[in-house]
Design a protein around this ligand. Structure first.
Ligand code: NDP
Length: 338
């Protein structure tokens, strides 16, 4: 594989670069801060497929009129534990940032609370939606449905999006446990990134044109048919995400991609839900000890590691040394910011 030329950027430089692209897209100061921070966090912690490489896709979503660069989300409390968001056709994270304090207060008041958002787009790793809730001492579950490209077990056509979910849990005296994963073997952006970088996937992630499982990213991009992880079990999780993500608040189902196609957009407008649980309201004062014990039983158990800890080691490394970005991508981003 040919070496790609790179330049090392500090995390502040990554954030400024992303912000300048978002401002050139017509976003305002607040919205561009929220999304630029998201891009920086993906470059810092991974998955880098959701970092700077996503900026052209964000730009296309705005310039095609598919997504609103200056949304005014409407957040409405429908019940003591239910918060509904209308993202005003902007990115979910802008609505979620607006709803966060109220969601946290509701969870603390009632033990559990949910924020379900419709009319919003999502292009990011879900861990950044749940992590702030765990940093506030809450257990969190996040889901977002996307656009159909995952075939249900035994099915003939894609029904589900890559439908990721994220789980975050506070830990006494340490960073929270935060994991997030797609319902597919591999996320579409990672297939694209493997194709761009000219290497195969580590394991079969989709079907080739003959309907056989394949590791070739170009063959998979041709069929746009990804495999669910864990066969029927992953497909069942994708179903759960479809219901909690789209059906609850009335987001677009993954199979209803027409609007996206009409705009030639590559991003995803589905629905997203965050559920926040206050463990201190569940009657077990030793909750933190339980989490510490679960963590300890995984760590040091053969080669097992706690999901999400990979992110923490990348975070430390990137904070110290910065991140290497392909010069080709940097040239493309320079053009985007005009
Ligand atoms: P991965 O398979 O790369 O990782 C899934 C989780 O497993 C991560 O939390 C990872 O954390 C953890 N993990 C990885 N290896 C191990 C290991 N050996 N032992 C224990 N834990 C491990 O993620 P996916 O490819 O499924 O998803 C990629 C990203 O794409 C996610 O961030 C997801 O949110 C995002 N996505 C977003 C979509 C959207 O619509 N916005 C759609 C689909 C995906 P770590 O490596 O940090 O330990």
């Amino acid at each position: 594989m040919a070496e790609t030329a790179t330049k090392t950027l500090t995390l502040d430089e990554v954030r400024s670069l992303a912000k300048s692209v978002f401002l050139a897209c017509g976003m305002n100061d607040h919205g561009s801060d929220v999304l630029a921070n998201l891009v920086m966090m993906s470059e810092r912690d991974g998955p880098r497929s959701h970092g700077l490489r996503m900026l052209p896709i964000y730009e296309q979503s705005f310039s095609s009129g598919y997504a609103n660069p200056t949304p005014n989300p409407i957040i409405t409390r429908l019940a003591p534990s239910v918060l509904r968001g209308d993202g005003d056709n902007g990115y979910f994270q802008i609505a979620a940032a607006q709803a966060r304090d109220e969601l946290i207060a509701m969870a603390r008041e009632n033990g559990i609370a949910a924020f379900a958002c419709t009319n919003s787009h999502h292009l990011a790793a879900l861990r950044f939606d749940t992590e702030p809730l765990a940093q506030a001492g809450l257990v969190a579950l996040g889901v977002v449905n996307s656009l159909s490209m995952v075939v249900p077990q035994g099915g003939l056509r894609p029904v589900f999006g890559t439908n990721p979910m994220s789980f975050a849990c506070p830990r006494d005296g340490a960073e929270p446990i935060v994991w997030d994963q797609a319902s597919s073997v591999v996320a579409l952006m990672d297939v694209k990134m493997a194709a761009a970088e000219g290497h195969d996937l580590p394991r079969a992630g989709g079907l080739d044109t003959t309907g056989e499982p394949s590791t070739d990213p170009n063959a998979i991009l041709e069929t746009r048919s990804l495999l669910p992880f864990g066969e029927h079990k992953g497909a069942a999780i994708a179903l759960l995400v479809e219901v909690l993500g789209a059906a609850l608040a009335g987001g677009t189902l993954s199979v209803d991609n027409e609007s996206r196609e009409a705009h030639g957009a590559l991003n995803i407008k589905g629905g997203a839900t965050l559920i926040a649980i206050d463990p201190s309201r569940f009657g077990n004062p030793a909750f933190g000890d339980y989490v510490t014990r679960i963590y300890a039983e995984i760590e040091g158990n053969g080669t097992a590691r706690v999901p999400g800890d990979g992110r923490l080691s990348k975070r430390n490394d990137a904070t110290e040394k910065g991140v290497a970005v392909s010069t080709e991508l940097l040239a493309q981003l320079d053009q985007l910011r005009g």
